[in-house]
Design a protein around this ligand. Structure first.
Ligand code: EPU
Length: 440
């Protein structure tokens, strides 16, 4: 198993380019189950993308990597899944029109976002059999809202032996009122509604930029969608979709992770390929803590905050502060002057990284859904364990600013959602290496 070894305290300097968004790429790739062909650019090289491509293959979608092949930046001995292959980020995708409709346990268990195949399979093949995702370390994460919405649209759903069986004689447009603006729930319903008969409205829809990216992509394929990015989306069903070429939006969370890295250790870090208007909640928190970012076109330049001060935040659906950035902001709070507070409102158990950060010298107490950070700590390198994707990124940032050596075990989590993060950080001057973890 891979681990990262980091020697902390080295300044970060230079330019880093943000990759395509994981959470936009996944629904857009799953929408291929709606049929037809298209070309995608800016597809990030991630384990979750590869899991999606494997699942799509089993469901009868052919994907081909196109373009001039360049060696991946991660070519080397200890490669995470998918890196080290030649990756251009350009894909041709075509649904072969087969009868396959099952997403098996082995794939769903490694990636919960596999449930995004439900909506398009129901719409196109009128049938889906998908392993029910279990709980996950960050929370129970049920998918009841997805399932109730499909029932409202005319699907019959049963759950037996750990599988969701869904079928329909044809989905019909409906008014769906979401009890919570679930992100993948909104995307699943949106994809189903594109080929449903009649008009669907989604009230209390998720407003995340990744939902807008999916809607823009489907619009480019001829879907009829209004209101994406607001809490009310209207979709008028069409009979089929046409060919298009589309570039996936930038990864907001990767951009935010580099911003915190720059705020901790930057000697001028230029982050390229960002739309600052999509990350205002992250920028606002950094400004409160004393950052002075310079925005020019699609770049943000930031140096280390000389005297960071603590702040309070609450994770919320977009446009609020993203839960996916909560672990990464904690090391900055830990070294800041004064106290900080983080209230996690999206997931019920997303503080597993805190104990590991405390082992590195942070002073963070958890009270239910609130983390209280006593600032002014000097972090020290330690051996720590990554427990999920964003927790891993938080520990990497803690390791970069800590004194001495940090070893982060189980970094396979980070390969699910960050493209060659250690190579990008190394190019900025960080001392970070991927190593083979010693097995007991
Ligand atoms: N929820 C329900 N019932 C449902 C759906 C959601 O109770 O049917 C609850 C969840 O348990 C959770 C809350 O609603 O407490 C929010 O969940 P949401 O459905 O919005 O999350 P998601 O769609 O499963 C996506 C991202 C996550 C990100 C969340 C919140 C993708 C593939 N995943 O998950 O990304 O944290 O939205 O923004 O888009 C990550 O990238 O590390 C990641 C976890």
């Amino acid at each position: 198993m891979d681990a990262f070894r980091i020697v902390g305290g080295h300044p970060l300097r230079g330019t880093v380019k943000v990759s395509g968004s994981k959470n936009a790429a996944l629904p857009i790739l799953f929408s291929s189950l709606l049929g037809g062909n298209f070309t995608l650019r800016n597809v990030p090289c991630l384990r979750d993308v590869q899991t999606t491509l494997s699942l799509l293959k089993q469901l009868g979608v052919a994907t081909e990597s196109l373009g001039e092949k360049k060696p991946s930046p991660s070519k080397g001995k200890h490669l995470p899944a998918g890196q080290g292959q030649e990756w251009t980020g350009l894909f041709s995708i075509s649904d072969q029109g087969g009868a396959e409709y099952e997403a098996p346990y082995d794939l769903v268990r490694t990636m919960r976002a596999s449930v995004l195949c439900l909506g398009p399979l129901l719409a196109r093949k009128r049938r889906a059999r998908v392993s029910l995702p279990g709980g996950c370390l960050i929370g129970a994460r049920p998918i009841d809202i997805h399932l109730k919405s499909f029932e409202k649209m005319g699907a019959r759903i049963t759950i037996h032996h750990g599988y969701i069986d869904a079928e329909t004689k044809g989905l019909k447009g409906s008014e769906i009122i979401l009890p919570y603006p679930t992100v993948t729930g909104t995307e699943n319903i949106l994809m189903a509604a594109v080929l449903a008969r009649g008009t669907t409205t989604i009230q209390n829809a998720a407003k995340e930029p990744e939902v807008i990216d999916l809607a823009n992509f489907l619009l480019a394929r001829g879907a009829k969608i209004k209101g994406a990015g607001t809490s009310s989306i209207t979709i008028e069903g069409v009979t089929d979709l046409h060919d298009t070429e589309y570039a996936i939006m930038f990864d907001r969370i990767e951009a935010g992770t580099f911003l915190v890295g720059a705020a901790l250790l930057g000697d001028r870090v230029r982050i390229e390929g960002v739309d600052p208007s999509r990350i205002t909640s992250i920028l606002r928190v950094l400004l409160n803590m004393g950052a002075e970012p310079i925005m020019e076109g699609d770049t943000i330049t930031l140096g280390a905050i000389a005297n960071p001060v603590g702040t309070s935040l609450r994770t919320l659906p977009y446009p609020g502060f993203p839960t996916d950035m909560q672990a990464q902001i904690l090391p900055l709070m830990a070294i800041s002057k004064g106290a900080s507070s983080v209230i996690e409102t999206v997931f019920e158990n997303r503080f597993t990284h805190v104990m590991e950060m405390n082992r590195m010298g942070a002073d963070i107490e958890i009270h239910g859904s609130q983390a209280i950070v006593r600032g002014g700590s000097r972090l020290e390198g330690a051996t720590v364990m990554a427990s999920d994707l964003r927790a891993s990124a938080g520990l990497v940032l803690a390791g970069l600013v800590a004194e001495g050596e940090t070893e982060i075990k189980r970094v396979y989590h980070i390969d699910r959602g960050y493209e060659a993060i250690e190579k990008k950080l190394e190019s900025l001057g960080a001392r970070i290496k991927r190593i083979q973890e010693d097995l007991p």
